[in-house]
Design a protein around this ligand. Sequence first.
Ligand code: NAD
Length: 247
Amino acid sequence: MSLSGKVAVVTGASRGIGRSIALHLAEKGAKVVVNYSGSEAKAKEVVENIKSAGGEAIAVQASVASADDVTRLMKETMDQFGSIDILVNNAGITRDNLLMRMKDDEWEDVISTNLKGVYLTTKAVARQMMKQRKGRIINVSSIVGATGNPGQTNYVAAKAGVIGMTKSVAQELASRGITVNAVAPGFIETEMTEQLPEDIKSAMLAQIPLQHFGKPEDIAAAIEFLASDEAGYITGQTLHVNGGMYM
Ligand code: NAD
């Protein structure tokens, strides 16, 4: 599988799963836009890693929850590389709380980043991909978007919404040669999950038939496949990468 010459935008790519996706796509030959909202230093480190391996990359600060930022992100991508072939909607946050304790801003923040963010970036790249008559959009959902999870009503609503959006947008853009798929990670070892209490981690591990947590590279490998020419007949699907959890 080669992504040589393709241009990929990866949101939230300065750390965790997004970082691994950016490195994987670059390794396959894609020119990568490393979007970040937080640490510029970490985003630049990802860019330097790609460049020192002979690849091409730039870092662009933008919040996916802001329409203006997203417009600027896509403009900077076009100015630098001249096309957008792959969009990976990876940026995401958690603000966990039980429903009856959830504050409105915890709901709003998660929906804005994890659901509206996917809508904004998808709409922005679709315009360009429709002109190109080809493209790959890959959304990072979550296993809980399919199963639900107590304490994560906001996050689950967003991630289930992403699965629904994936199916709708896939149907709308198929005639233009654009595929739209989702990857739903199970429990992946990143800074997002390392803050969870040990008893919750042990309970989760007990539910994983493959008996270990996933790594960011496991998700990146699935995304690399969905971004490839070889996956051209797959659209509207959600690929679960979770060690067999809740099989
Ligand atoms: P992470 O917290 O390490 O990384 C998330 C990234 O998104 C960070 O770099 C953060 O700065 C960025 N981000 C947050 N808000 C943003 C915004 N408004 N605009 C741009 N970037 C923003 O988490 P991770 O574990 O690497 O998660 C990556 C994705 O995978 C998320 O969508 C997450 O919901 C999903 N996911 C993770 C797991 C897991 O077990 N780690 C499981 C299922 C789904």
